[in-house]
Every structure is written in structure tokens, then in C-alpha cells.
Design a protein around this ligand. Sequence first.
Ligand code: GLU
Length: 299
Amino acid sequence: MSQAPYRGRFAPSPTGDLHLGSLVAAVASYCQARAHDGVWLVRMEDLDETRTVSGADQQILNTLARCGMYSDEPVMYQTQADRQAAYQQAHNALRSKGLTYHCVCSRKQLADQAVYPGTCRQRTTRTDTLYSIRLQTTDEVIQFDDGMQGNQQQNLATQVGDFNIKRKDGLFAYQLAVVVDDAAQGITEVVRGIDIMDSTCRQIYLQRLLDLPSPKYAHFPVITDAHDHKLSKQNHAPAITEEDPFTVLRLALHLLQQAVPTPQRRTPKALLEAAIKHWQPDRLRGLAAVPQSAIEAND
Ligand code: GLU
């Protein structure tokens, strides 16, 4: 049986320049795609316009280019008119199945609830209030075999609850958009950080309802700083714009537990070629977190 050609992606949110944590995501998805002779795409997840920083998309692309990584196809932006139309269509399809409802609950009301209790399921909508749109979940276990973290499962009804597919401010929610985009780009495997793994069952549920294929998933460990916090923009991880690309790429590969011989030519391109040749994602199996400090201390 012939397999679909491998298509992977890196999907940054342009809320600032790349930091080491997001570079690790780019490198992991890139090496995995190239090791499968596959295509690697960049998608700008600029759905949440309230968080987008003007010019950050270009900065991210420049940093990737300095590190020798380029999208094989034009970069997709979630704010493109065609994407918005595609999300609307998916939303309509879910609505026509009778699976969506308006929710007027405030964040404050839900602050103590780990699982959405279904408060608005039966409520008749008042049109004078702002509402989000929630998708009904079912009491069934969804599972997937994660390429790095092994078998994962979740019961959406009891562990997550009905979730938003459209926000109160009118923006489509990440869960809906990511599923529609991964399908539109023909993504065969999603390689991303373990901090997003918890979303995967919701995404598989959406794929089933929308009749879309499910890609494979592989979630690499989160990179933590000296205080055990995930390297992220929220935690003020420094941007890597000014760093030497060879050095920072080598650090990213160390964090990904890769044993890559130093190439003769100390260029990002040569280093990535070596990394792809020696790529061993199995070294990440079952690893949930990697402290950046441990690697730097050994380096
Ligand atoms: N845009 C998300 C982020 O920057 C990634 C989402 C995904 O890979 O599914 O964290």
C-alpha cells in the first residue's frame, strides 16, 4: 500500500520573535519532515489578532532563514480571507449536525471549573448578550498513539467538557482553526511541544465530526528554564534574533537529545544536514521535560 507523502509543519503564533523553545519546535518538525523525505511548511497562527505583534511574522521567518529553514510552500496565514471562510464552513457543518450552542458564561463564572459543566447547553439564547459557541462533547474515550509519548487517551465529556469553537469576541477558536488548517495543508504528522498534547483529543474529535483525516502526532518534551518554567514568551524567554545561528541550532539539537557530529563547515545548513542524517526521535521517547540549564552546563 503506498503511503501519502510526508507533510509536516511548524505553526508559530506571531506574538513576538522566536525564542529557544519555539526554535526547538521548528527544528524538531523540520528534521522529522526531512528525515521522511517530506515537505515542511510554516503556518502563521495569527488567528488571535489581539495577541499578534506587528512585524513578528517577518522576524520569525528571518530567524528561521538565518537558521537555514524555509517553508516549502507559501506561508499560510490564518487571517487570510480564504481561511476565515473555511473556518466558517466548518462551523456551519457542526451547527447543522445540531452539536453547537451559544454560551454566555463568563470566565469568572467558570474560574473554578476544570471541566465545563454544560451550563448553557439547555439555555435559550438571549441575543442581547455576547456569547461564544461551544461544541458538545460525547462520553467516549478518544485515543491516539503519540510518536514520542506513547498511547494517550481522554474522555472529552468528563475531562474537558464542551469546548469553544468560536470565542465571544467573534474570533474562531484555535481548536477549530488548527484542525481545518492541518487538513487544508494535507499535514500527515504534527510534531509539536508536549504542552499542546492535551488539545489533541479535541482535535481528533473535530476531525471525526468534520470528516477530515487525522494526522499522526508526536509531542516533544517541554524545555524549561532555571525556575522549571516552560520557555515561552509569557515567561519572558529571550528572543534568539541576535544569537549566532550555528550555536543556537546546536543547542536546540542538544535539547532534542540528538547526537549530531559537528560538521566541518560550521554553517546552519551543514549542521541541519548532519542532524537529519542522524535524526533519532526515539531519543525523546517518554521524556516530558528537558531543563535548558542541564544542557548548557554540559556543553
Ligand atoms: N500556534 C501554536 C503555538 O505557537 C502551535 C499550535 C500547534 O502546533 O498546533 O504554540
